[in-house]
Design a protein around this ligand. Sequence first.
Ligand SMILES: [Zn+2]
Length: 77
Amino acid sequence: MSDLSDDVDPITWFEEQGLSQEDLRQAARCISEFEIVQYSRGELGDERTKEVDAHLQSCGECTEMYVSLSDEAKKPA
Ligand SMILES: [Zn+2]
């Protein structure tokens, strides 16, 4: 019962998306907390948003940070 498809190798995932080695290098770098806040507010540029999207696909740590930060961002200041 371990036939889940969520253990896709990130490199395979990138190739399937038609992304380049350069995209992979970009995505391999973790996103700063500051950028994740901007991302959750939709304040990043289109290009950077795509990079962050791609990174979040392959990085559980940043996804967790994004989830917790976007919860924060929803609270009234
Ligand atoms: Zn990361």
